[in-house]
Design a protein around this ligand. Structure first.
Ligand SMILES: CC(C)(COP(=O)(O)OP(=O)(O)OC[C@H]1O[C@@H](n2cnc3c(N)ncnc32)[C@H](O)[C@@H]1OP(=O)(O)O)[C@@H](O)C(=O)NCCC(=O)NCCS
Length: 156
């Protein structure tokens, strides 16, 4: 397994991992209005915009997961179904924590949708603690969507 920056040529592959992971984790627990706008194309656009901040995990030359860090936020983490439970997600988090710490962040945070129990369990295993609930303001084509989330933090 190798961790590296994302390449523009693989945006479609990464968008598919994001879309499939979103469907697995969120389609059942988030409002249908949000599911409607979280299309494959929307994830492609967001990856394109965030490309410089995307780190990819690859196995045998194939991307199997990615994360995005922005400022002091661990912003996105998606691993393909076949690569879950293998330690790849933990490797992406550990790598991101090192990069956050190097950029001077003392306490990093992330938002996890309320009810995403697998992700919550995973973050707690990685040493993150639930600091409380907060409201995320999500950008959508129809305007800002207010979503209550669990806020996690970790002192780096
Ligand atoms: C979240 C994610 C990155 C975690 O990576 P992973 O490889 O699946 O994580 P792990 O398997 O190491 O850890 C998950 C833990 O949750 C447990 N778990 C699985 N399903 C669960 C559930 N429904 N409820 C509670 N815990 C659950 C697992 O048993 C494991 O705990 P254990 O190691 O103590 O047995 C990955 O599942 C994923 O990409 N999910 C879809 C996208 C997503 O939710 N991203 C996070 C956005 S905040």
């Amino acid at each position: 397994m190798k961790l590296r920056p994302a390449a523009a040529a693989e945006i479609d592959r990464l968008a598919r991992i994001w879309y499939d992971g979103w469907q697995d984790a969120y389609a059942k627990i988030l409002p249908v209005e949000l599911a409607r706008v979280r299309t494959l194309e929307s994830f492609r656009d967001r990856l394109q915009a965030a490309l410089a901040d995307v780190r990819v995990a690859e196995i045998a030359g194939e991307p199997v997961g990615f994360c995005i860090v922005t400022g002091d936020e661990f912003y996105q983490l998606f691993v393909s179904t076949g690569a879950r439970g293998t330690g790849i997600a933990a490797a992406l988090v550990a790598d991101a924590e090192v990069r956050l710490a190097r950029s001077g962040v003392a306490t990093a945070w992330l938002a996890c949708a309320i009810g995403n129990e697998r992700a919550a369990r995973f973050y707690e295993k990685c040493g993150w603690h639930r600091a409380g609930t907060a409201t995320s303001l999500l950008d959508t084509p129809g305007g800002i969507f207010h979503l209550d989330v669990w806020r996690y933090e970790k002192n780096l």
